[in-house]
Design a protein around this ligand. Sequence first.
Ligand code: DC
Length: 217
Amino acid sequence: MSRLVIAVDGPAASGKGTIATMLGETYGLPVLDTGLLYRAVGVALERAGGDLADAAAAAAVARRLDAADLGDPALRTRSAGEAASRVAAHPAVRAALLDLQRRFAGQDRGAVLDGRDIGTVIAPEAPAKLYVTASPKVRAQRRWLQLKSAGEAVGYEEVLADIRVRDARDSGRDAAPMRPAADAVLLDTTDLTIPAAADAARRIVEEARARWGQSPG
Ligand code: DC
């Protein structure tokens, strides 16, 4: 296999989205933020007056998902993140979104995907896998600043509480729980600036490419 597929997993506001975007630019690869898929399902279900706990209804929305809807700014809100985490716990929703993600990862030119289960479920064969983390307090601070600059009136303590609830739900579910793949490299961005985190991520990918070059799969 000669395609470079990069899996970037990790919890909310760990820096994985920024890192995935930067890696896409560095290697000239298309990037898929898979969190947006779950956000789009949660938001569409809520708009239709559906119940986020209704697995069949959520899966029906997921099957109809149009990738063209992923640019909606409403997907970036705090409530969209919560709705996404709730619908993402349904195995039928995950199954409905699997093909789209696998096709993205299977493109001839390679791809970068960020999410929770890219290295474990979507692209377990990816030659480069990162698991990006940061302390809950630092993640809450980053997310709070993002939400504030997007005009959402929310307190830091509420955002920290959201992050803790989401971490517990995303890592505690039975279906494809958030966890590092056995061969993922951990990158803790707690004390790193964005440029330092980007450099560290590039080094991880370069080391993976060197290993992969020695033993192409
Ligand atoms: O990365 P994010 O914050 O946009 O993700 C929103 C939610 O979607 C997250 O709390 C869990 C879910 N998700 C998932 O279960 N699997 C993925 N690959 C990506 C996101």
